[in-house]
Design a protein around this ligand. Structure first.
Ligand SMILES: Nc1ncnc2c1ncn2[C@@H]1O[C@H](COP(=O)(O)OP(=O)(O)OP(=O)(O)O)[C@@H](O)[C@H]1O
Length: 314
């Protein structure tokens, strides 16, 4: 069943279409990645879904409820982890989560249980009494997550939750996304980091200038880019016989020698099985090997092809 539906969603600032007729669905149980450069319209989309920003036209439904007509039903089902930290520096970690739990109508024993559960989940139970001002940036981000999940929402929306944090907290957050999904929540995760989206998400939407320019599984998107997997061998010398034997291997689609760089580039169908065979051919002809690189198709290249620009400014 399609759990989240975007139907012709438009958001304008003055005359600029910040979100330009979005139409896509997210199934229950998915980890859906929204990938796009800064300013693509990801946060605007998320804020409309969470009912924090008015939609100009179109509608978004969650679990069959319209954000325009039944916003409270939608909000009950969503936990939103905003890009900007939404925690109170003057309240302890526990009091922060408790504050949000009360907003969701939790009270008494259940409230305490859920607050503890959320703090434990993000690895902050031991620091529950401490003020966020004593926390690292990553710990604050984790507290931000605890505040969004204590009511066990069916849909968790995370807007760039790993920007500017240390690698340990980053890994902790990525692992908690997987765990929340295993526990049954559907996840929407926005990022401009291609690697994160690739590692986490079962399906990906690529946004640019307010439009969804591509959608599909990683494999579908990579296929769409028309790229192929390549193995690049840096060799000590070239040998025509070896090259010809490599070309004739049934799992090799193309094989080209770049004589000036002393490299052989091989486009393959299935690298694990063919690699051994190709190494054997080089060895048989006494060709020393300096380096092998495996070049996989990636979403960055797809983005570049579709927009003529890089996903991230370097
Ligand atoms: N309140 C506003 N008034 C006018 N323009 C706005 C407003 N909020 C956002 N925008 C513009 O809308 C566009 C999309 O912004 P948005 O924050 O949704 O992008 P994003 O993909 O989330 O990027 P980032 O990763 O930088 O957050 C940007 O050009 C931004 O300047």
């Amino acid at each position: 069943m399609n759990f989240v539906k975007f139907r012709d969603v438009v958001k304008k600032y003055d005359t600029i279409l910040t979100v330009n007729h979005l139409n896509f669905d997210i199934a229950e149980g998915e980890v859906f990645g929204l990938l796009g450069p800064n300013g693509a319209g990801k946060s605007t989309t998320i804020e409309m879904l969470a009912g924090l920003l008015e939609i100009n036209s179109g509608d978004i439904t969650v679990d069959g409820f319209s954000i325009r007509k039944q916003p409270l039903e939608v909000k009950k089902r969503i936990g939103i982890v905003p890009q900007e930290l939404a925690i109170y520096e003057g309240l302890s970690a526990r009091d922060n989560v408790t504050f949000f739990a009360r907003l969701y109508g939790l009270s008494g024993k259940l409230l305490k249980e859920r607050v503890d559960e959320a703090l434990r989940f993000v690895g902050l139970l031991e620091r529950a009494k401490d003020l966020p001002s004593t926390f690292s940036g990553g710990m604050k981000r984790r507290l931000n997550i605890a505040c969004a999940i204590m009511h066990r929402p069916k849909l968790i929306v995370m807007d760039e939750p790993t920007v500017g944090i240390d690698p340990q907290s980053r890994n902790h957050i990525l692992e908690s996304v997987r765990e929340l999904n295993r526990l049954g929540s559907t996840i929407i995760y926005t990022s401009h980091y291609m690697e994160e989206i690739e590692a986490l998400c079962s399906r990906i939407g690529i946004m640019d200038e307010g439009k969804l320019i591509a959608i599909g599984t990683k494999e579908q998107l990579k296929k769409q880019s028309g790229q192929e997997e390549r193995l690049v061998f840096e060799v000590e010398r070239s040998n025509a016989q070896a090259l010809s034997e490599m070309t004739e291997h049934p799992a090799v689609k193309r094989c080209e020698e770049q004589a000036e760089d002393k490299t052989i580039e091989v486009v393959v169908k299935d690298s694990p099985s063919v690699l051994q065979d190709l190494l054997f051919i080089l060895q048989k002809h006494g060709i020393g090997l300096r380096k092998i690189t495996r070049v996989e198709p990636n979403l960055e290249t797809l983005f570049l092809q579709m927009t003529g620009r890089k996903l991230r400014d370097e």
